[in-house]
Ligand binder design. Sequence first.
Ligand code: GLA
Length: 434
Amino acid sequence: MEKNQKQSNSVFIHLVVVLLLCSSSVSVSERIVPLLQSYEKPIFRSNFQTIYDTSKYGVFHLSNGLAQTPQMGWNSWNFFACNINETVIKETADALISTGLADIGYVYVNIDDCWSKATRDSKGQLVPDPKTFPSGIKALADYIHGKGLKIGIYSDAGAFTCQVRPGSLFHENDDADLFASWGIDYLKYDNCFNLGIPPKKRYPPMRDALNATGRTIFYSLCEWGVDDPALWAGTVGNSWRTTDDINDSWASMTTIADLNDKWAAYAGPGGWNDPDMLEVGNGGMTYEEYRAHFSIWALMKAPLLIGCDVRNLTAETLEILSNKEVIAVNQDPLGVQGRKVYATGKDGCSEVWAGPLSGHRLAVALWNRCSKVATITAPWTAVGLESGIRVSVRDLWQHKVVTTDAVSSFSASVNAHDSHLYILAPATPSYSVQ
Ligand code: GLA
């Protein structure tokens, strides 16, 4: 081939790539803070990058500017299922404000399935159920926006939603336009009645339709992990469910945590693994179990979407959901998903989960999944610290520094099914960034 022809071919290919990137609204994403910074003396072991592998993150991500940290808010499904109406949604918005939860970041008020009528209107448009949402979704959106909050809605990449309301498959543009005209800020997009069409074909059209509206709308994929969305959804949505539905039990919560853990290397600012919404406060788990659920969801950078009735919170539930130190782990700008790094005891039920944070810190959870109280140890070799490193350890549930000079490992006694969550920070003053 002639040199000139080669050159013009490569210019052409370049142009096509640029056009493709623009049309699908994805862009190369970079972390705000590099994973590792250099020090006068090394703090982290040479295997740090292997333990906290992020190599699969960020080749291309949606460039809608959202999800720089995992989304926070509330969703109607886990507590209300189909028993929703505009009063419940408004009262929930009010309660997010009066409890202070909105102030600490829970800003999305997300309506799940069952908001729409069973059939589209004569023009083919979705219609809010006139019995339960008589004022319409636009009025509700105005109410929620008036409180300084954001509103989410739900649809399905299939012929029907899971509760057999009209789905958006082949109606993507009309529905996205309608959602945008109502002022919707967030779409959860489900997977029922999908006609056997692969998710990779069904989810991008809604991304493009949302993008074409010109309104910035968070796009939350809910294909239950069936087609390993971590492998492809970074170019499609801001988060993707990695598992089947959670239920309000220890067995479900622990199973889901382990399934979501597998995909840690793929998450980061712009696109997160979603192990499903919180069950904290719904009554099926103990205080310790809910504390573990919240700690691990925060550590693994899961969306923090409250799934209980925030109009009737117990003091314990509010204490868990409003732990600002735990939330700060979830919302840390480094955006690296924490993961299970070490397990000992019977069937490995004494677990250490950990993840890097900005500012050369580590979040470490000691999670006792055994049936009896246990002393759990996090050795520096397992969490990726150099063995001579001296760290201070802050307990995020006790809200205090428990030691300023832990060396080579840290241990604590943890009650059955409870999880402690700590931040480890270098205690030696000479460790300054170069
Ligand atoms: C599916 C989803 C749930 C919820 C229900 C609603 O099961 O995974 O999160 O949205 O549908 O019908």
